[in-house]
Design a protein around this ligand. Structure first.
Ligand code: ZN
Length: 68
């Protein structure tokens, strides 16, 4: 790799928001990184939580396995 880019320190890294895909500047002042906003951050956390709840939900026992 001959081309080595030396960062001057001013260039911000750009990442894509995991929730909506928008480009987000990875800077210290962005508290929600890698998300673009608090809303996207909340959305992702909400999806994660609901998934956990679904996994934790009990399966009802099948009645047709009782008695023969
Ligand atoms: Zn977003």
């Amino acid at each position: 790799m001959p081309e080595t880019q030396r960062a001057s320190g001013a260039a911000a890294r750009i990442v894509n928001c995991p929730a909506c895909g928008k480009p987000v500047e990875w800077v210290a002042e962005n508290r929600h990184r890698p998300f673009c906003s608090a809303r996207c951050k909340g959305l992702d956390l909400g999806a994660w939580a609901s998934d956990q709840y679904r996994v934790a939900a009990k399966d009802e026992p099948k009645p047709d396995e009782l008695g023969e």
